[in-house]
Ligand binder design. Structure first.
Ligand SMILES: CC(C)(COP(=O)(O)OP(=O)(O)OC[C@H]1O[C@@H](n2cnc3c(N)ncnc32)[C@H](O)[C@@H]1OP(=O)(O)O)[C@@H](O)C(=O)NCCC(=O)NCCS
Length: 162
């Protein structure tokens, strides 16, 4: 397995992996499970727009894992905030058939190396409380929990006036 910078021709593969792996790990996916598709776009289309946004924000920070044949196995997106010295990992995913073989760990290692190289002081990653892999894995790299955020939602017609 090899990890290299993103190339434009990877974009569709990144979106396929996102669609195949991220449903339960994304707020968009969970919401669609609760309410069905919201208006015009599916959870996957909205999640893939986030990947486009990560690429637009810092294309050189998007790292791609590929096998010996050049098949894309997974990706990690990273951004660097020079002003506060924080490196962020907005998104990370591995194709379902390639999961559990160390690809995710290698992608995080590569992101850490990038942040070290660029002189970041802190590294930030977010995960949903329901994501068991994330919560087992990230502390092993040394990440410490900061705070939990709760996502609330209701139908407008169900809103109470207080
Ligand atoms: C999270 C994700 C990127 C991990 O990628 P991966 O290549 O499967 O991870 P690895 O093989 O490197 O395994 C990392 C650790 O995760 C845990 N793990 C992996 N697969 C697991 C599974 N099916 N069940 C429980 N734990 C699992 C193990 O602890 C493993 O470490 P170990 O092998 O040293 O015990 C992948 O599961 C994924 O794409 N999930 C959907 C998207 C997502 O949740 N992204 C992160 C959002 S914060």
């Amino acid at each position: 397995m090899n990890i290299r910078p993103f190339r434009e021709e990877d974009r569709q593969a990144l979106k396929q992996i996102t669609t195949a792996s991220f449903r339960a790990a994304s707020v968009h996916g969970i919401l669609e499970g609760m309410y069905g598709q919201l208006r015009e776009s599916s959870w996957a289309e909205r999640k893939c727009l986030e990947i486009d946004a990560d690429i637009a924000a810092e294309a050189e920070g998007v790292l791609v894992a590929e096998d010996e044949d050049g098949t894309v196995l997974g990706y990690i997106t990273t951004t660097t905030d020079e002003e506060c010295g924080i490196g962020r990992i907005p998104n990370l995913a591995v194709a379902p058939e390639a999961q559990g073989k160390g690809v995710g760990k290698q992608l995080i290692n590569a992101a850490i190396e990038r942040f070290e190289r660029l002189g970041m002081d802190l590294i930030k990653i977010e995960t949903l409380a329901t994501n068991e892999v994330g919560q087992n894995l990230y502390p092993r790299f040394g990440f410490k929990e900061v705070v939990r955020q709760i996502h609330y939602i209701m139908r407008t017609e169900d809103a109470q006036r207080l």
